[in-house]
Design a protein around this ligand. Sequence first.
Ligand SMILES: *Cc1c(COP(=O)(O)O)cnc(C)c1O
Length: 227
Amino acid sequence: MDIVANITEIQKRIATVCHNSGRNSAEVRLIAVSKKKPAEDIEAAIAAGQRLIGESYVQECAAKIDAVKRDAEWHFIGALQSNKVKYLRGKIAMIHSVDRLSLAAEIDRQWGKDDACIDILIQVNLGEEVSKSGTTASELIELVRQVAQLQHVHIKGLMALPPWGADPEEVRPYFRQLRELAEQIDALGLPNVTMQELSMGMSHDYEVAIEEGATLVRIGTAIFGAR
Ligand SMILES: *Cc1c(COP(=O)(O)O)cnc(C)c1O
């Protein structure tokens, strides 16, 4: 796997999609998703200028942050159990997978110990798939209102892992729905809530996600190879 060439290619494609859809490419940030890949691969990506690194498993994430010698911005994107939040405290910049009040409250409690704040995204289960985390679209606004009360978390936007479609066009309606939900929340003008980030799009569908407004694309396989 030529990690550096892959990142260069993806950045080029991101720039092209942004250009063609009238977006500023500075609004779209690439997260290199390195789950199940060794620390050396992450260091190679960072050496090539990659800044944002995404991990999905708590213990693996914490261990790699300690192992990787180069500076990066770490994002936690996987399903998260409340009793494991403590392993991430102080180590990461953003949690993309907040889908219930009890989890948000535990994140608040852990970051509160350092009198710090963490940026979070609310994960929405757009396809209402039983196998996936995420609040339902109908419960989203109530959850956002409740989480917004917490002192040590800042809601920065929404994240989704929509149903997989062989053709990325099948996924487009879900990406669009996430953007519309963010617009609805934005219009409420809630304190401690901004909808500046839409975390959506993976290796096979990120171009469509960007056309629909993604600001954070989470790409693993197309950078680091199959897992
Ligand atoms: C693994 C993972 C990705 C990356 O998926 P690829 O298809 O390898 O690009 C993105 N988002 C989440 C939440 C993941 O767990």
